[in-house]
Design a protein around this ligand. Structure first.
Ligand code: UDX
Length: 442
């Protein structure tokens, strides 16, 4: 094991969202890091200090460690094999056929890396995978002559977009799926700093480690869909879901976090991970889990339809030719990610019903425009809402909470706002003569 006084020498394969963040943060934790991607353009950008997505705090840290020399980039597997004895796999596992995870990038990374491995080393998977994948990969690698000393471990990541640096440097917990005490020692060295700061490090078998990640995301998605299901009940009986969530959240066993009702979850992780987990459950013939996750997904998608319905009602019964202003396109605030964005889905549904949609987002417009070029985009809130028949609040950026509703009233067509994220100050808007509609309240 080559341990320099500065830390370990380790590599990161895949420099997308997870890999680039991991590489930068491992350099910040004191290690010598070589990050690799087959996409030469990505590598060239990273070497210039450019982060190709919006993630607060990541770019300055990338610059810092390019300057310190602790972080380097390459597109060569050969260099990766020579550089370190600990190799993190951080490639994407997108949604494939029937909702199952598509493992082609993971298999390609293993194929690419293994011919360059020598001696005793640890390959550490970080990508989110169906349970059982790690052991299959381990067996495939170990079957290659000369690679008998290569071990596999699984160390899932739990980072949230918008807080990725913080989540990587001081996570809630570290999970080490290992097959030997040596692998655990290696991982404990890699994360020596957060472990010393008190972050729990939990060692377990490969299957349990893989499951921790998908079970965590399934639980979070279920919690969100639970409160959104309660929103439906509130609408039916004239109750208020925000007051309900507040009161439920005071029970310490329940907790207030991830109990925010509204438009539901999107993004690159929760939707795809619950579908992939559902596919695994079906394969394992565990119908109860498949049904539960299917229901969580259906409740979530149902909220998008409900917001369109509320908009249609607010527009007087038909959306044809009505001007709708949309605030927020990213799947959540502090991100420019529009993958599975509930907002973009709502925009598409509105457009299909004949609405003329103009949308705003502080950072996600370029990404949204690539996916939905037919939408109109405006670069300020007043320009977005000018003349609108209905305003929709679809991503809860802090900027939107800071809007002065009285000032906006002077440019809008009709003073009606659908607060699909339930985070605006209703009283403030009503005081400025706005009609505020929100899901979960009749
Ligand atoms: C998630 C997990 O939180 C993270 O641990 C995992 O590693 C990756 O997936 P992320 O996709 O970045 O992270 O977003 P998250 O903050 O979890 O939000 C997911 C979605 O749920 C967003 O669309 C958000 O708007 C929505 N959400 C969240 C709600 O609708 N209500 C809530 O109470 C919380």
């Amino acid at each position: 094991m080559s341990v320099t006084p500065k830390g370990l020498r380790l590599t990161v394969v895949g420099t997308g969202y997870l890999g680039l963040t991991h590489a930068v943060c491992m350099a910040d934790l004191g290690h010598e890091v070589l990050a690799m991607d087959v996409d030469e353009e990505k590598i060239a950008k990273a070497m210039r200090g450019e982060v190709p997505f919006f993630e607060p705090g990541l770019e300055p840290l990338l610059h810092k460690h390019l300057d310190s020399g602790r972080l380097r980039f390459t597109s060569s597997y050969d260099q990766v094999g020579l550089f370190g004895d600990l190799h993190f796999l951080c490639v994407g596992t997108p949604q494939g056929a029937g909702g199952a995870a598509d493992l082609k990038y993971l298999h390609a990374a293993v194929e690419g890396l293994t011919p360059h491995l020598t001696g005793r080393c640890l390959v550490v998977g970080k990508s989110t995978v169906p349970v059982g994948t790690a052991r299959q990969v381990a067996e495939r690698v170990r079957a290659v002559p000369g690679l008998e000393q290569v071990e596999l471990a699984w160390n899932p990541e739990f980072l949230r977009e918008g807080r990725a640096v913080q989540d990587s440097l001081s996570p809630d917990r570290l999970v080490f799926g290992v097959c030997s005490p040596w692998a655990e020692v290696m991982l404990r060295q890699a994360y020596a700093r957060p472990l010393a700061a008190g972050v729990p490090g939990l060692a377990m078998d490969l299957e349990t480690a893989e499951l921790v990640k998908v079970a965590a995301n399934a639980f979070l998605a279920t919690k969100i869909s639970f409160i959104n299901a309660m929103a439906e009940v509130c609408e039916a009986v004239g109750a208020d879901v925000l007051q309900l969530a507040e009161a439920l959240g005071h029970d310490e066993r329940i907790g207030r976090r991830f109990l925010a009702p509204g438009l539901g979850f999107g993004g690159g992780c929760l939707p795809k991970d619950i579908r992939a987990f559902g596919a695994v459950a079906r394969q394992l013939e565990i119908g109860s889990v498949a049904d539960l996750l299917g229901c969580v997904d259906a409740i979530n998608m149902g909220r998008r339809a409900r917001v369109v319905e509320l908009t249609r009602e607010a527009a007087g019964g038909s959306l044809a030719g009505r001007r709708v202003a949309v605030l927020g396109l990213a799947f959540k605030p502090d991100s420019d990610d529009v993958r599975e964005s509930p907002s973009l889905d709502v925009c598409d549904r509105l457009t299909r019903e004949g609405a003329v949609v103009t949308a705003h987002d502080p950072v996600a417009i370029p990404n949204a425009a690539r996916i939905s070029p037919v939408l109109r985009y405006a670069d300020s809130v007043p320009a977005t809402v000018a003349g609108a028949d209905v305003v929709l609040h679809l991503t809860e950026w802090a900027d939107y909470r800071a809007i002065d509703p009285a000032a906006l009233a002077t440019v809008v067509g009709q003073q009606t706002i659908v607060d699909a994220r339930c985070t605006l100050d209703t009283q403030l808007w009503q005081a400025a003569n706005w009609t505020v509609v929100r899901p979960g309240r009749r």
